[in-house]
Design a protein around this ligand. Structure first.
Ligand code: NAG
Length: 306
């Protein structure tokens, strides 16, 4: 009997011979790298990168990832052997991605304004025992990253929730976009304590992140017309800040409404009671007068008969 083995299985657990028989495995030499990204000078930047290669799965130890300048393979930005790295990149580049998971994400720290690239990824297969590269290597020069330098940090954006009401929790959100998810900006507020602050990281698009700091506090009467300032300190120490003015609606305003209304109602009630009392009194008087009139009429009629 012939064991039934699917062609796919052959290709997955391939010997080089089977690889030739199965040239159309799904994976090809392909990389997906952010094409253009902004970075703040002195800060850090993380270049997102993923890649695929033909053939069977290889563990991280069988793969060597290199970043080099486009068309200049000897100008190396990142190599596990740091002696081959360009002097002005030594110690500043790090492979954040796990090559065994097809992730070639690169981190550059202490960004200098000449770090513009283009940065291209190169993968080499290495032999198990000797750690020497095999003939399988590929530079993804069609997919390289260029960095645009920002000399000044972006200003944080401040968003207020509805209206601040005295004595009720109130939230202010401060957010800033950056390209350094490994060392995110640190926020400081002109008021509130650490406990009042929530920090959130959100990916926006490939390579761009947003860090938010949400401060919740209970405004008091004295906070009306005061300023709140949020400052973002970026990796490397550059700093920017934004302020907003606070308008606190006083809950006291409600008493200002209640008191006149209460006074009006009270006055009406007292006046009503007074009116009823007066009417009662006059009713008695009228009845008295009527009865007196009656007796007088009786007396008169008796007199006239006489
Ligand atoms: C690649 O690695 C980086 C750094 O560890 C990580 O942030 C990112 O999510 C990974 N990308 C993918 C597609 O897994």
């Amino acid at each position: 009997q012939i064991p039934s083995v699917r062609l796919d299985d052959h290709c997955k657990f391939s010997t080089p011979f089977v690889l030739i028989l199965c040239p159309t495995t799904e994976e090809q030499w392909k990389a997906s790298v952010v094409k253009s990204i902004e970075a703040l000078v002195d800060s850090c930047v993380v270049l997102p990168c993923t890649f695929t290669y033909p053939g069977s799965f290889l563990s991280t130890s069988r793969l060597r990832g290199i970043w080099h300048r486009k068309d200049k393979w000897n100008e190396i930005f990142y190599h596990e052997d740091t002696t081959s790295v360009l002097d002005n990149f030594k110690g500043r580049t790090k492979m954040l991605g796990n090559l065994g998971q097809n992730n070639c994400t690169l981190e550059i720290v202490q960004v200098k304004n000449h770090d513009i690239g283009p940065f291209c990824f190169r993968i080499e297969f290495v032999k198990k025992d000797t750690n020497q590269p095999t003939t399988e290597k590929f530079s993804f020069v069609e997919e390289c990253a260029e960095i645009k330098m920002l000399e000044e940090p972006p200003q944080p954006e401040l968003i207020q929730s509805n209206t601040a009401v005295q004595g009720k929790p109130y939230a202010v959100t401060c957010s800033v976009r950056h390209t350094c998810p490994s060392h995110v900006p640190v926020f400081t507020w002109s008021r509130g304590s650490e406990d009042d602050i929530i920090q959130i990281q959100k990916p926006i698009v490939s390579g761009i992140w947003e860090t938010q700091s949400i401060m919740v506090f209970i405004p008091g009467e004295n906070d009306d017309h005061t300023e709140i300032t949020c400052s973002a300190t970026f990796n490397g120490g550059r700093r920017s800040s934004t302020s907003i003015k606070l308008n606190v609606k006083r809950t006291g305003n409600i008493y200002h409404l209640i008191i006149p209304v209460a006074v009006a109602i009270g006055t009406a009630v007292i006046f009503g009671v007074f009116c009823i009392a007066v009417m009662k009194k006059y009713k008695n008087r009228i009845a008295e007068l009527q009865s007196r009139e009656g007796s007088m009429f009786n007396r008169l009629s008796r007199m006239s008969r006489r």
